[in-house]
Write a protein that binds this ligand. Sequence first.
Ligand code: 4EH
Length: 234
Amino acid sequence: MRIAIMGAMPEEVAPILKKLGEYKTTEYAKNTYYEATYKGVELVIAYSKIGKVFSTLTATTMIEHFGAEKLLFSGVAGAVSPELRVGDLVVANKLSQHDLDITAFGHPSGFVPEGAVFVEADASMIDLSKEVASEMGKSVKEGIIATGDQFVANEERKNWIGDTFQADALEMEGASVAVVCDALDVPFFILRAISDAADMDASFSFDEFMESSAIISAEFIMKMVDKVIDNNAK
Ligand code: 4EH
């Protein structure tokens, strides 16, 4: 089995590479891919760079070029739900592109013909994440993640995204990765730890907490990888 683990920023995959210790580095399509054997399975790891286009390229490459059969994303996000605090974990059950807008033609926000407003994540990996959460004594919120090519640092935009998509958290890569995995029939799992509240203080909160939140997400992702491997052996 070959499992992809991706992030968008270097800080999001650094804790994973640190845990693995040894890996092979390959340059492909102007990005760096890290390959390692872990508990008998092959891992391919990369950070895509920020945004929907780079994350689409990386997810596609991990699947089509490196042969990944499952994909897990680890990273940070801005909170939309007022329940979520810095460091809290959110797992996506469905994702939408909040900046995909052909509403001028009467379509709903996030929709284009032959597409869908939401892409649904793999239910069995979400189930596994509940087992991991209880084993770790952590709580993980299952919810909707909205993705767009903008760092949201504005209450009005954040509230619009919350109202329009019932989003719990927002970021810049999840929905594009979801579109790729759904199209190529690869089960995916998107996890984010909150770094900020997508409000006027977001950039400051992000700078202060992105690294610690990225570690929280990466630690959970590695437990998820363990669980996926255990489950696959059964
Ligand atoms: O990969 C981008 C990073 C911010 S941009 C999306 N990530 C972090 C998630 C995220 C986010 N996305 C949109 C956390 N908070 C968010 C928010 N809005 N409020 C970036 C940050 N620092 C340096 C360079 N780019």
